[in-house]
Design a protein around this ligand. Structure first.
Ligand SMILES: NC(=O)c1ccc[n+]([C@@H]2O[C@H](COP(=O)([O-])OP(=O)(O)OC[C@H]3O[C@@H](n4cnc5c(N)ncnc54)[C@H](OP(=O)(O)O)[C@@H]3O)[C@@H](O)[C@H]2O)c1
Length: 339
């Protein structure tokens, strides 16, 4: 075979490989490291058994689905949020659908903004189970309002709940993990902790702050390789987050979910979270296209990212003002074409 033919064949193979990777990226619903871990990495079913896992925001959405999937792995669970009745409902469903017994699940009401209660809550968990293997900082709220129309109290609430509440609980649990030289602190951040979007400036700020805090904390724990700090950054996922989103006043929530069909299913998001936890990934991006592409652009091509964000952002505000879900109408067409 001549050198020319060999080189042409190699070039063709490289081109084919590139096309295949591009097609895979178009269908991806997580960053490429995460999807690699899903394919070749450790399985949650092997790695996450016999653990004590404390989940905040367990009464709804991502946290609720997470405890259902964790209960099937046979872990002991601590369910926290403010609404006890909802937590009891979630506990009952866990018991119905898994081999766990009542004593394996502790319902522990907790308000993340009431930081004076966090130390006592941590003691209760340690008294009950003797250890905390994984803390999942998941409880939080979003925002749908323009900065210029929004009361400062909304910004305070988002920082106190999403940021300070999470930092406070982490600080209560961390000494225990340091003593044992092991543990995982998994924080449900958001793509909006990396990128930005209109109508969510306070939410973006709280999630960017969280990412900075946990990235900083990780650098302080290099002497404890057994303690894993993990930032999970989902894009839009089906839950009650939009319904509960704060608007212009701290007492006002959006009150309706809107159309959620363009969002990732809660079960898929949680499965990818479990894979991340089993493989000790430091940061994962969980989102379907085109949200995933946006975060890659923000990370690697910020000038392009700003150009697109400004165009889409304008549309997002228009949608919102018409009473539509901020994202659904303009991404729906794209998603339908690729399903
Ligand atoms: N769904 C998405 O599209 C999406 C995307 C990116 C990131 N996230 C993040 O995912 C996490 C979970 O949200 P979700 O989508 O599952 O929304 P969700 O269905 O509204 O659930 C939010 C949870 O947070 C709890 N919570 C709210 N305020 C609290 C407080 N003061 N103290 C303790 N718990 C509180 C709620 O329970 P109680 O009301 O009973 O207290 C509820 O269990 C949030 O951190 C959110 O920022 C969601």
């Amino acid at each position: 075979m001549s050198w020319e033919l060999l080189l042409s064949l190699l070039a063709l193979c490289a081109l084919l490989a590139l096309v295949v990777q591009l097609l895979r990226f178009l269908r991806a619903d997580g960053d490429l490291t995460l999807l690699w871990a899903e394919w070749q990495g450790r399985r949650p079913e092997w790695e996450l058994t016999d653990m004590v896992v404390w989940v905040t925001g367990a009464s709804s959405g991502i946290g609720e689905e997470l405890v259902y999937q964790l209960s099937k792995l046979g872990v002991s669970l601590v369910l926290s949020a403010r609404r006890v009745q909802e937590l009891e409902r979630v506990k009952r469903r866990c018991l119905e659908n898994s081999n766990l017994k009542g004593k394996d699940i502790l319902v522990l009401p907790l308000d993340l903004t009431d930081i004076s209660s966090h130390e006592a809550a941590t003691k209760v968990v340690l008294q009950e189970f003797g250890k905390i293997d994984i803390l999942v900082n998941n409880g939080g709220k979003s925002q749908r309002s323009l900065c210029v129309e929004t009361n400062l109290d909304v910004y305070k609430e988002l920082i106190e709940l999403n940021y300070l509440g999470t930092v406070s609980l982490t600080k209560c649990v961390l000494p225990h993990m340091i003593e044992r030289k092991q543990g995982k602190i998994v924080t449900v951040n958001s793509l909006l902790g990396i990128i930005a979007a209109p109508l969510s400036s306070g939410y973006c700020a709280s999630k960017h702050a969280l990412r900075g805090f946990f990235n900083g904390l990780r650098t302080e724990l290099t002497s404890y390789p057994g303690i894993v700090i993990s930032n999970v950054c989902p894009g839009p996922v089906q839950s009650n987050i939009v319904k509960n989103a704060l608007t212009t006043e701290v007492t006002k929530t959006l009150g309706s979910d809107g159309d959620q069909s363009h969002k990732m299913t809660t079960s898929r998001c949680v499965r990818l979270m479990l894979i991340s936890m089993a493989n000790d990934l430091k940061e994962v991006w969980i989102a379907e296209q085109p949200f995933l592409l946006m975060v890659y652009l923000w990370q690697y091509m910020p000038t392009w990212a700003w150009w697109i964000t400004n165009k889409l952002g304008k549309k997002r505000i228009e949608n919102f003002k018409k009473g539509l879900d901020a994202d659904s109408s303009y991404f729906k067409t794209w998603k339908t074409k690729h399903d």
